[in-house]
Design a protein around this ligand. Structure first.
Ligand SMILES: O=C(O)c1cccc(C(=O)CC[C@H]2O[C@@H](n3cnc4c(=O)[nH]cnc43)[C@H](O)[C@@H]2O)c1
Length: 205
């Protein structure tokens, strides 16, 4: 199986590069944001034969029940706020009749390791939530575990277009809360993400 590991920044998977090189598993650094990620991934797939995209990265979580550093498997991801404002209301792109904002994981794995990983819904944003008003609104929109990133949906979208398997995992670096950058634990999240990634790749090879 040809696997492509995808991350937004080199810092997120740097620890695993010797492992990836040893296993001859290619990786792609897309840049931050859904536009950059979509372009980079679509371009890479023009020349590489890929059976499974594994997108990994850090992210923020809405509910503070999970400890920072936890790993989540993102089973569906939404292009957040793709649609139109209608005064106080919001009309999603689906209702406007112009497309789709929700894309899903694509892969069947019967065994460990992903069975034991908690699942979450992903939202992909252009603007990281950081003020109480918009976060309160987010809470009214989603009741379950929600993990926010700036690229997640790109891998699901490109994979759906190309009919390729895709998985996404996020290590929680921060809570979605009024901006509190000092509380982010990027180092812990990156460490846990890479341990998990290597374990996952080990189990797939
Ligand atoms: O300092 C900031 O305000 C800031 C805002 C967004 C991202 C960063 C980064 O340093 C990391 C870039 C990377 O991290 C993902 N990420 C991490 N936490 C979140 C979040 O709460 N909401 C959205 N994205 C997040 C993101 O996918 C970026 O690729 C710093």
């Amino acid at each position: 199986m040809n696997i492509l590991v995808v991350a937004a920044t080199i810092q997120e998977i740097e620890i695993s590069i010797p492992y990836l090189a040893h296993k001859k598993i290619p990786y792609l650094i897309t840049g931050v944001g859904m536009v950059a990620a979509t372009y980079a991934l679509a371009k890479a797939l023009q020349t590489a034969k890929v059976d499974l995209i594994i997108q990994v990265g850090i992210g923020g979580i809405l509910h503070q029940s999970a400890p920072l550093g936890s790993i989540y498997r993102i089973v569906e991801d939404h292009i957040f706020e793709l649609g139109a404002e209608d005064h106080e209301a919001f009309i999603p792109i689906e209702k406007l009749g112009f497309g789709q904002s929700l894309f899903r994981e694509q892969f069947v794995l019967s065994d460990w390791p992903i069975k034991h990983i908690p699942q979450a819904i992903g939202i992909t944003v252009n603007k990281v939530h950081g003020q109480e008003k918009s976060i309160s609104r987010l809470r009214t929109l989603y009741s379950g575990e929600v993990v926010e990133s700036m690229e997640g949906v790109s891998a699901f979208f490109v994979a759906s277009q190309e009919k390729i398997n895709v998985l996404q995992f996020r290590a929680i670096s921060n809570y979605i809360e009024p901006r509190n950058r000092a509380a982010w634990q990027i180092g812990l999240a990156v460490k846990n993400l890479n341990e998990f990634l290597q374990e996952l790749l080990q189990s797939l090879s």
